[in-house]
Design a protein around this ligand. Structure first.
Ligand SMILES: [Zn+2]
Length: 331
C-alpha cells in the first residue's frame, strides 16, 4: 500500500522500539527471578552452552547425530528442572521466554516477505496521526458533520442548500463505504467554509480505517514539499514524496489553487494528477476556485484533465463557520 516514506520510517522505528522493549522486559524479569533462584540462572547458562555445542557439532559433521541426540536429552532434562522451579512459585512455563506484541512476525512486521497484519494496523494509526497533524481540523468524521447549519430555503428556487448538502453527504458516505482502488475521482467545488475539508477528511478517516493507504495534503503543503525535495535531492537519484503521492491508494489534495503558483508548481501538480488518472487511481481535489479561475491559475490541459475525469460536487451557500461560531457563543 502506498504509505508515505515518513509513515514507513515511523512504523519501522516503532517496531524496533517494541523489540527492544521486549528484550528489556525479559532482562528485568530474569534479573528478579535469578536473584531469588540462582540455580535457575545456572540452568540457563548451561542451556546457552548446549545451544553453542549443538551448532558446533552440526558444523563439525563427525558423529553429529549421536552428539546432537545427547545434547538434546540434556537440554530436555535441564528445561524440566527449570519448569519445576517456575511451577513451585506458580509462574508459567514460558515465563523466561521472549514475548512479542505479535508472535506471528515477532514484531519484525513481515512474515516471509509479506506485511503482517500487526504492521498494517500500526500503519493505519500512523496515517491518522499524520492526517491530524496536517489538517486544520481535528480528525473529522461523518458522525460529527451537521446539516443543521445549512439553510432550508433556496434563494433561487431550486434545491435548498440543506437538501443539496444532504445529497453530497450521502454521496460521500457511500463513496467511502464502497471505496476500492478503482473508485472514481472527485472534485469538491465551492466557497470556503461549506464543509469540503470536513467531508474529505471524513472520507479519508473511513478509508484509512478500511486498511487503505491514504495521503491527505493541502496543495500549498504538497508544492512546498515537492519543491524542497527537488532542491535537496538535486543531482541525486532519490525517491521523494512525489512517488508516494502517485502511488497511494487515495490522494486527497485540499485547497487546490491556494498554493503559490509558478511553472514548477503547475507542472508538479499536473504530473501527479495526470499520472494517477493514467493508472486509474482515485484522487479527491477540493478547491475554492471556480473552473474559470482554475483555468487562469493552471494550464487549460490540466483543467480539462481534471474536469474530464472527476465527479463534480458543488457546495453552495454561505460560510457556515460563522453560523457555527454564533451558535456556540449563544449556548
Ligand atoms: Zn505481526
Amino acid at each position: 500500500m502506498g504509505y508515505s516514506k515518513k509513515i514507513c520510517d515511523n512504523v519501522r522505528q516503532k517496531l524496533y522500539e517494541m523489540r527492544v522493549k521486549s528484550c528489556e522486559e525479559l532482562e528485568r524479569k530474569k534479573k528478579l527471578f535469578f536473584s531469588r533462584f540462582p540455580e535457575a540462572c545456572e540452568i540457563e547458562k548451561k542451556l546457552a552452552l548446549i545451544a553453542i555445542d549443538s551448532a558446533r557439532s552440526v558444523l563439525s559433521g563427525s558423529n553429529a547425530k549421536e552428539e546432537l541426540e545427547s545434547l538434546r536429552k540434556r537440554s530436555i532434562s535441564l528445561r524440566n528442572s527449570l519448569s519445576k522451579i517456575l511451577k513451585s512459585v506458580n509462574l508459567p512455563e514460558d515465563y523466561l521466554e521472549l514475548k512479542h506484541n505479535c508472535e506471528k512476525c515477532k514484531d519484525e512486521g513481515f512474515v516471509d516477505g509479506v506485511m503482517c497484519d500487526c504492521m498494517k494496523e500500526i500503519m493505519k494509526k500512523e496515517s491518522y496521526g499524520e492526517l491530524n497533524s496536517i489538517s486544520p481540523l481535528e480528525l473529522s468524521s461523518f458522525e460529527t458533520f451537521s446539516l443543521d447549519y445549512y439553510p432550508e430555503t433556496s434563494e433561487t428556487g431550486g434545491h435548498s442548500p440543506k437538501d443539496r448538502m444532504k445529497l453530497i453527504f450521502d454521496f460521500c458516505k457511500k463513496y467511502s463505504e464502497n471505496f476500492s482502488k478503482k473508485s472514481p475521482n472527485l472534485i469538491m467545488v465551492g466557497n470556503p467554509g461549506l464543509g469540503k475539508t470536513h467531508l474529505s477528511l471524513a472520507i479519508a478517516s473511513e478509508i484509512i480505517n478500511r486498511g487503505y493507504g491514504v495521503i491527505y495534503i493541502s496543495a500549498p503543503n504538497m508544492v512546498t514539499k515537492l519543491e524542497k525535495e527537488k532542491f535537496q535531492n538535486y543531482g541525486r537519484d532519490s525517491e521523494g514524496s512525489e512517488k508516494h503521492f502517485i502511488d497511494c491508494d487515495l490522494l486527497i489534495i485540499d485547497d487546490l489553487g491556494t498554493e503559490y503558483s509558478n511553472a514548477f508548481s503547475n507542472s508538479a501538480v499536473y504530473n501527479i494528477v495526470n499520472s494517477r488518472i493514467m493508472m486509474a487511481k482515485p484522487t479527491i481535489i477540493s478547491t475554492n476556485l471556480t473552473m474559470k479561475e482554475l483555468e487562469k491559475n493552471y494550464s487549460p490541459r490540466m483543467v480539462s484533465r481534471i474536469i474530464g475525469n472527476n465527479i463534480r460536487l458543488e457546495f453552495l451557500g454561505l460560510d457556515i463557520r460563522q453560523k457555527k461560531l454564533k451558535n456556540s457563543l449563544n449556548q
